[in-house]
Design a protein around this ligand. Structure first.
Ligand code: NAP
Length: 187
């Protein structure tokens, strides 16, 4: 499961759990982006990584990978999947991420190679209109996840406005954000 996770929230966790159940996955590897492609002002990778570890710690089927953080330069999914294929040569890989990201795949680096590396799972909220990119038959599955009404953008805004984020993110993430004064919140 790839994402900026700035911050990780309960929508991501429910999505991972639902996809794992629907596709009978052995585990979900959360892969926080290193330097996200074409994005400025993202929270330092160390904070996003730690929040991802904290949020997933209680679930034995959830793991976190630093594969995108450890690679220098911008994060491209083709590199993520090549590295994961090398690390898990016998695994069947599914790349789970937000549907809005998947709609832009045609513009990603080496996009034609992506279809051979993993199956893509686009998670979206119900009723959200999607323009899926041209892809080989069955290469992209779409799963509606009601909990994805929660968004990282909304959480960042709520923190900066002093509004509560309890129950939108795990308790440990509320505390981590407050302790480190992330998103313009009061320490
Ligand atoms: P984004 O543009 O920040 O997010 C697009 C939408 O998808 C947002 O609504 C976001 O909601 C949601 N989303 C993102 N990750 C999600 C996840 N794991 N589960 C559920 N919803 C998710 O997307 P991003 O975080 O930068 O990128 C997502 C993934 O695509 C990353 O692994 C990234 O490396 C990859 N990507 C690759 C390329 C490339 O290879 N050129 C380009 C773009 C993205 P939230 O903000 O609430 O998460």
């Amino acid at each position: 499961m790839g994402g900026t996770f700035d911050p990780i929230h309960n929508g991501h966790l429910v999505a991972a759990s639902e996809v794992a159940a629907a596709l009978n996955l052995d585990e979900v590897l959360f892969v926080p982006t290193g330097q996200p492609w074409q994005k400025d002002g993202v929270t330092p990778t160390s904070d996003r990584y730690l929040m991802t570890e904290i949020a997933t710690a209680a679930n034995p089927r959830f793991k976190v990978s630093t594969i995108d953080i450890d690679r220098s330069g911008p994060t491209y999914t083709v590199d993520t999947l090549r590295d994961l294929k090398a690390a898990y040569p016998d695994a069947e890989l599914f790349f789970i991420t937000g549907a809005d990201a998947v709609t832009a795949i045609a513009g990603w680096k080496d996009s034609e190679e992506l279809w051979g590396l993993a199956q893509f799972v686009a998670v979206t909220r119900p009723g959200h209109q999607l323009d899926l990119p041209a892809a080989p038959e069955g290469a992209i599955q779409v799963l509606e996840i009601p909990a994805l009404a929660i968004s990282s953008t909304d959480i960042r805004e709520r923190v900066s406005e002093g509004k509560p984020i309890w129950y939108l993110v795990p308790d440990g993430i509320v505390q981590f954000i407050a302790k480190h004064g992330l998103y313009g919140g009061v320490k």
